[in-house]
Write a new protein. Structure first.
Length: 94
């Protein structure tokens, strides 16, 4: 069972050629995760550079590295960098 509230209501597989606000948000999250400071306006086009970031994130997190930001990739990225006021599931202490 996956408990996940996406940061953006429109969740779909994002891959090279995808466009729109979900792609812009993915790029922003991955740039933040990678410690990159983007220059200028963040692109809303899924290009080769974004695919490279997706692949790096997938490899580092031990999931299938296919360059496609599917539900699993997006959920892990959101968990790595949750939005403000996002509830967190924590293990109880003994």
């Amino acid at each position: 069972m996956l408990l996940w509230k996406p940061q953006h209501p429109e969740v779909r597989n994002l891959a090279r050629g995808s466009r729109g606000e979900p792609v812009r948000a993915l790029r922003q999250h991955l740039n933040q995760w990678a410690g990159l400071i983007p220059e200028g306006k963040t692109s809303d086009v899924f290009d080769e550079s974004l695919e490279t970031l997706v692949l790096q994130f997938q490899r580092r997190n031990g999931i299938t590295a296919d360059g496609i930001a599917g539900v699993q990739t997006q959920a892990l990225l959101d968990a790595a960098q949750p939005a403000p006021n996002t509830p967190q599931l924590l293990a109880s202490s003994p």
